[in-house]
Design a protein around this ligand. Structure first.
Ligand SMILES: [Zn+2]
Length: 327
């Protein structure tokens, strides 16, 4: 049976982006109802994990499991992403309604035709950094259930364009899968240090819900189209979303999950980092001597260089915004 996910992707996005999903807000509560009702309409038993972190109101992770034909005791794959938004993010279309929509769409496809490996679809609360830090939904979940999974796939911001010349790109971190393949997409399988140049406790430490599982030794893959100029601003709305790109991501993930888990680690390569600097330096506003040096060096950049890389690229993405594409 052929499935066309694009219609439900945009339906999910419109429903989730009616209002900001800041914890405690009407939009947040509506999004919880939407996720639960969508899963129920697909025939899933919806499970909830309630937790009450210090200084933030009652919080809720929502999840549903699809057992394999082999039975329910087998370890499975977790496919997850956070659903709530930061106060500054407006309706958070890319961050992170995009991941919720992709996960709901995959839940629909897998319900029709279940993979051999059990899959849990998880929608985390409190990923964003409120009082006393972020990543608290995935931490609450992993602290109880991490040992149920042989692999975790986390999505965060999967509907956007990081920079010009990178419209078809996804960043891929973690070693549970080789670089993903799709004829129209480019997956850059990068060392986690590119994302976390300051290590676990610096301001550029863990960046999304993969961390709670990584620290417990669960093999993981983290996928993102990156943090573009509108990241954590009111401009993160439906106009920014590339629905075709999300549809292609669904195709890739569907195929990957049918393959099951790999038993060998797939180490990311610094070559992808040089490919990234090459793409970025095609945009004149993002060019710099430092980037040029990193490209020429063809070796693992040191920590200081990685920090400078972040500061230069991310700051300039913000500074130039959409005019980057006009260059
Ligand atoms: Zn996010």
């Amino acid at each position: 049976m052929t499935t066309n996910g694009s219609s439900s992707l945009s339906e999910h996005m419109k429903a989730l982006c009616r209002a900001p999903r800041t914890p405690g807000s009407p939009g947040y509560l509506e999004s919880q109802i939407y996720i639960c009702e969508t899963l129920q309409s697909l025939g899933f038993d919806v499970l909830e994990q309630r937790f009450s972190p210090l200084l933030v109101g009652p919080s809720l992770n929502i999840y549903a499991r699809l057992d394999s034909s082999a039975g329910s005791s087998e370890k499975g794959i977790l496919l997850g992403g956070h659903y709530e938004t930061l106060c500054s993010s407006g309706v958070g279309a890319d961050d992170n309604a995009s991941a919720v929509a992709v996960i709901l769409e995959l839940a629909r496809r897998f319900k029709e035709n279940p993979p051999a490996t059990p899959v849990t679809f998880c929608f985390f609360d409190l990923e964003e950094n409120y009082r006393l830090g972020g990543l608290r939904g995935s931490e609450a979940f992993a602290s109880h259930f991490a040992d149920r999974f042989q692999e975790v796939i986390i999505l965060d911001l999967v509907g956007g364009h990081f920079a010009p010349h990178m419209e078809s790109a996804y960043f891929q971190f973690g070693d549970s899968r080789p670089p993903l393949q799709h004829s129209d997409l480019e997956f850059m399988h990068l060392p986690i240090k590119v994302l976390e140049p300051l290590g676990a406790w610096g301001s550029m430490g863990p960046r999304s819900d993969y961390y709670a599982f990584r620290k417990r030794g669960v093999p993981y893959t983290f996928l993102s189209s990156g943090t573009p100029w509108y990241y954590h601003t009111e401009n993160d709305n439906l106009d920014r979303i590339d629905f075709e790109k999300m549809e292609k991501l669904c195709e890739v993930l569907e195929k990957e999950i049918y393959k099951g888990c790999s038993s060998t680690p797939h180490i990311p390569s610094w070559n992808s980092f040089h490919r990234l600097t090459e793409l970025i330096s095609k945009t004149p506003q993002l060019q710099s001597k430092e980037l040029q040096l990193m490209m020429e060096r063809k070796a693992e950049p040191d920590r200081l260089q990685m920090v400078r890389f972040h500061i230069q690229v991310l700051k300039k993405l913000r500074e130039f915004g959409p005019s980057l594409w006009a260059a």
